[in-house]
Design a protein around this ligand. Structure first.
Ligand SMILES: NC(=O)c1ccc[n+]([C@@H]2O[C@H](COP(=O)([O-])OP(=O)(O)OC[C@H]3O[C@@H](n4cnc5c(N)ncnc54)[C@H](OP(=O)(O)O)[C@@H]3O)[C@@H](O)[C@H]2O)c1
Length: 257
């Protein structure tokens, strides 16, 4: 392995990716497995995860499944315990599972608000807490929180989503301060508009599609595979001095007006 290859290599590392059954989570899982990590795939529905793990192992990559609802605190703790029992280590956590709910403020009910905050923010806090224990004990770890450009700017009718992603970037900075001295870096990736299932209704909306393409200097939606470089960089030795950052991968959208 060349010096550069070993800088970006995740050989021997174990990574947990939440929301890994489709969309960006699947892209993150593919990228990390491709860089040599054993990837533990999480989401609520086990079947899609089993299919994903089989796809990866058919390519000679290492993967297993841990299906649980990230809103469930006890299930989260049990899953991390059993991951540690199976592998003896947890090196990388990708807090990716997320939901978005749209409604005008007048119709935005508290249950919907709470659901979004629970998945996009509270679950990330609990997973980070559970993962940080073995990482700090080992003196090496990487936590990557998947925020959004909506963690940097806002849009109408998604107040809980925007609040959760701003909160996630704030939490990233707090954890970076606390865990940095213990060898654990904590960073956020802020994706712009990517073509996933979550984004389907927006892609089919002609006006919104036009807004994304004209507002993004690169002029189009992102392909989930275009996040691979950012996640491997932050999860590997290559990102060893990057801590507390919120890295926009958005085709330049938040850099311009
Ligand atoms: N797509 C974009 O353009 C974009 C842009 C910026 C940021 N992001 C962020 O990127 C992340 C992934 O987005 P995506 O577009 O890939 O979404 P997606 O296609 O809707 O996939 C969401 C994933 O999260 C899982 N999930 C949802 N609720 C869960 C829960 N309670 N417990 C465990 N897993 C759960 C889903 O599987 P199950 O349903 O089986 O649980 C699925 O695997 C999110 O945090 C999102 O906010 C996306």
């Amino acid at each position: 392995m060349s010096k550069i290859e070993s800088l970006f290599s995740l050989a021997g590392r174990v990574a947990l990716v939440t929301g890994a059954s489709r969309g960006l989570g699947w892209a993150f899982a593919e990228a990390l497995a491709g860089a040599g990590a054993h990837v533990v795939l999480n989401a609520r529905h086990a079947e899609a995860l089993e299919e994903g793990a089989t796809k990866l192992s058919d390519r000679g990559l290492a993967a297993s499944v841990a299906s649980f609802d990230v809103r469930d605190e006890a299930a989260t703790a049990t899953a991390v315990e059993s991951l540690l029992a199976d592998h003896g280590r947890l090196d990388v956590l990708i807090n990716n599972a997320g939901v978005i709910k749209r409604a005008d403020l007048a119709d935005y009910d508290s249950g919907t608000w709470q659901h979004v905050i629970d998945v996009n923010l509270t679950a990330c806090f609990r997973l980070a807490r559970e993962a940080a224990r073995p990482m700090a004990a080992a003196g090496w770890g990487r936590i990557v929180n998947i925020a959004s450009v909506m963690g940097l700017i806002g849009r109408p009718s998604i107040p809980a989503y925007v609040a959760s992603k701003h909160g996630l970037i704030g939490m990233t900075r707090s954890l970076a301060a606390e865990l940095g001295p213990r060898g654990v870096t904590v960073n956020a990736i802020c994706p712009g508009y990517f073509a996933t299932e979550m984004a389907q209704p927006l892609m089919q909306d002609e006006e919104f599609n036009e807004m994304v393409c004209s507002r993004t200097p690169i002029g189009r939606w992102g392909d989930p595979g275009e996040l691979a470089g950012a996640v491997i960089f932050l999860a590997s030795g290559a990102g060893s001095y990057v801590n507390g950052a919120a890295l926009a991968v958005d085709g330049g959208m938040t850099a311009v007006l």
